[in-house]
Every structure is written in structure tokens, then in C-alpha cells.
Design a protein around this ligand. Structure first.
Ligand SMILES: *Cc1c(COP(=O)(O)O)cnc(C)c1O
Length: 339
């Protein structure tokens, strides 16, 4: 498959802007931090999932799909964005919400992304952690088929080699934009979860012969699990493009020391980073992904990971709707910071 001929639906506003973060850079004492605003991809509240969904729904339409069936955690950003895209294309959408984050507040279960799912009119079913959410998803797809629908199933996070093509394309976007706007980046940093973002970026960069390190800050799994997840996804993505061997195990850099107690659970460092970036740059991160990635990046900077004169590009992968759902868990700190 060729990236330019892969089925794709145009949904995103591209290229997303690159902005300097001078006040964060100054507060950190260097290096120079920049942010690629993938929180502004243009569909609904934006985020990295929009780039994946362009290719996933391209494939779905090519296969004659009438219903999109997908899964994610309760506050998944992938779910409402998939539902929004399905609305745009006149497709039905069924969502499976896994209750696997131990937060029981009303806001967590009703606000943020959950509210958006309802707004889009998507069917949704909540399953407890003890149930296999992918099996429920497959069962819903089978029911849809029995009703005469043609379902297209998207796994967690839209992370398949097809979804990763969105970030293969983004790698080229970053390089072209850097040349046009006069940037020269030494590192890319972003949150990594279901792995297609980092896998796609690495495949895209290495296919262009660019050796830039891409540092994935893990948000759920321990380092060996996360790096294998990224490596496997990168290999499968390169194979899809007919270019096996594009990415080697040495290319995978994952930092998983910033997860805290688990996926979706607030850490003090995440809270601090989220508040600092809001108050220094007016930029809204999210508590599950970009907040932890920012906490990780700033900690790496404090520990001298980046040379003082480096230019570091943080990809803001989106997720700000979850801020509303997490208000109770961010609240304590908001209070104490005001005192
Ligand atoms: C899904 C998501 C990520 C992680 O991307 P993966 O491709 O799953 O690794 C990062 N940030 C936000 C806001 C997300 O919703």
C-alpha cells in the first residue's frame, strides 16, 4: 500500500500549527520547547485520533460499512471523535465503554467525553473491567450484521496499522512545516498509549531517512510492554506500506516512569505540569495523556536529558474534554495553588 493512495476521508485541519512555548522553556531553564497543536486537528475538540480516523473511516467506506463499532475507556477521546466522524459521513456508530479506571465521581461518568458521545447520538454500552470489552465489541458487530448492517470494527485507540498511517503522514507534515517555517527540531516528545501515534511517526520519519529521536511518554504500561507495543505496531505499519525493516528496536524510546498508579489516574507531577502550562502559556493539556507527557518531558529536562541548546517539539495529542470530567480530582490542587 502507498500512503498517497490509501483510502482517506478528509476531516482534519492540516497542517496543525507549531508554536513556541517561551515561558515554559524559560521556567524549565532550557532547552527550547515547541508545541505542535494536534489538539487543534479541527474535528470536534481535535486530538491525535482525528488523523487516525481519516484513514480508518476511509477503509470503512471502501469496505461498504454502514455502522462503526468501537471501544475505549469511559473517558476515551477516541470514542466521541469516531462518533463525530460517523455523523459527518452519515454512518451509525456503536460504542463500548470500559469501566477500568477506578474513578467513581459523577463527573467522570457523565461529563467530558461521555457527554459528547450522547450529543452525537452514538449507541453506548458500559462494561465492567471484568468483561472482555473487545469481545463485547465483536458481539455488537455480529448483531449489527444480523440486522443487515455492514459493521466496521475499530480496536482501542484506533490503533491499527491503518490508523497509524495518520501519523506516518504527520511525520512528513512536521518535516515540511519545519523547513517552511525555519525550525530545526532535535527531539519529538508525546504521550504514548495504544502505540499507533509513536509507531506512525517513527515509520514516517525513518522512511524519509530522518533519524530524529521520538520519545513516547507512557501512560499505562510498564516500559518493556510499551516499547514492544510500539515496536510491533511500527513493524506492522511498515509492512502495510511494503517497507518492512524501516524501524528497528533501537528506534523505540519509551519512558514509562510517569504513569503513577495507573492509566487515567492523576499524579501530582501531572497536576503540576498541567497547571504550569495553563498558567504560563494559556495552553490546556489533559489529565490522562498530554499532562503526564508534559510532566515527563519537564522532568527529563530537569535531569539534563536534553542538551541546553536543543529544540524539542512536544506533540499536543489533545484530550482536553476530559478536563471537565476530572474536575473533582484536579480541584484540591486548584484550591491550594490559589492560597
Ligand atoms: C489516544 C491518545 C494518545 C495516545 O495515542 P496512541 O496512538 O494511543 O499511543 C495521546 N493523547 C491523547 C489525548 C489521546 O487521546
Amino acid at each position: 500500500m502507498n500512503l498517497d493512495t490509501a483510502p482517506r476521508i478528509k476531516l482534519a485541519h492540516l497542517p496543525t500549527p507549531i508554536e513556541a512555548m517561551p515561558r515554559v522553556s524559560k521556567a524549565a531553564g532550557g532547552p527550547q520547547f515547541f508545541v505542535k497543536r494536534d489538539d487543534c486537528t479541527g474535528l470536534a475538540f481535535g486530538g491525535n485520533k482525528v488523523r487516525k480516523i481519516e484513514f480508518l473511516l476511509g477503509e470503512a467506506l471502501e469496505q461498504g460499512a454502514t455502522t462503526i463499532v468501537t471501544m475505549g475507556t469511559v473517558q476515551s477521546n477516541h470514542l466521541p471523535l469516531t462518533a463525530a466522524a460517523a455523523c459527518r459521513l452519515g454512518l451509525k456508530c456503536e460504542l463500548v465503554l470500559e469501566h477500568r479506571v477506578a474513578i467513581e465521581t459523577r463527573r467522570y461518568h457523565e461529563s467530558g467525553n461521555v457527554m459528547l458521545n450522547e450529543l452525537y447520538g452514538a449507541g453506548s454500552r458500559v462494561v465492567p473491567e471484568s468483561e472482555d470489552a473487545m469481545a463485547v465489541t465483536e458481539a455488537i458487530a455480529r448483531e449489527a450484521r444480523r440486522r443487515g448492517e455492514t459493521p466496521y470494527v475499530i480496536p482501542r485507540g484506533g490503533s491499527t496499522p491503518t490508523g497509524a498511517l495518520g501519523y506516518v503522514a504527520c511525520a512528513a507534515e512536521i518535516i515540511e512545516q519545519s523547513e517552511r517555517e525555519g525550525y530545526c527540531f532535535d527531539f519529538i516528545v508525546h504521550a504514548t498509549g495504544s502505540a499507533a501515534t509513536q509507531a506512525g511517526l517513527l515509520v514516517g520519519l525513518r522512511l524519509m531517512g530522518n533519524k530524529m529521536p521520538v520519545i513516547g511518554i507512557g501512560v499505562n504500561a510498564p516500559e518493556p510492554v510499551q516499547s514492544k507495543r510500539v515496536y510491533d505496531m511500527a513493524c506492522r505499519t511498515a509492512e502495510l506500506l511494503g517497507k518492512p525493516g524501516t524501524v528497528t528496536a533501537d528506534d523505540i524510546i519509551t519512558q514509562c516512569d510517569y504513569v503513577g498508579d495507573g492509566y487515567g489516574l492523576v499524579t501530582p507531577a501531572m497536576r503540576a505540569a498541567l497547571m504550569d502550562v495553563a498558567r504560563l502559556e494559556g495552553l490546556l493539556l489533559d489529565p490522562v495523556y498530554s499532562g503526564k507527557a508534559m510532566a515527563g518531558m519537564l522532568d527529563l529536562a530537569r535531569n539534563g536529558y536534553f542538551p541546553a541548546d536543543a529544540n524539542v517539539l512536544f506533540i499536543h495529542t489533545g484530550g482536553s474534554p476530559a478536563l471537565f470530567a476530572y474536575r473533582d480530582t484536579l480541584h484540591d490542587d486548584a484550591q491550594s495553588a490559589r492560597q
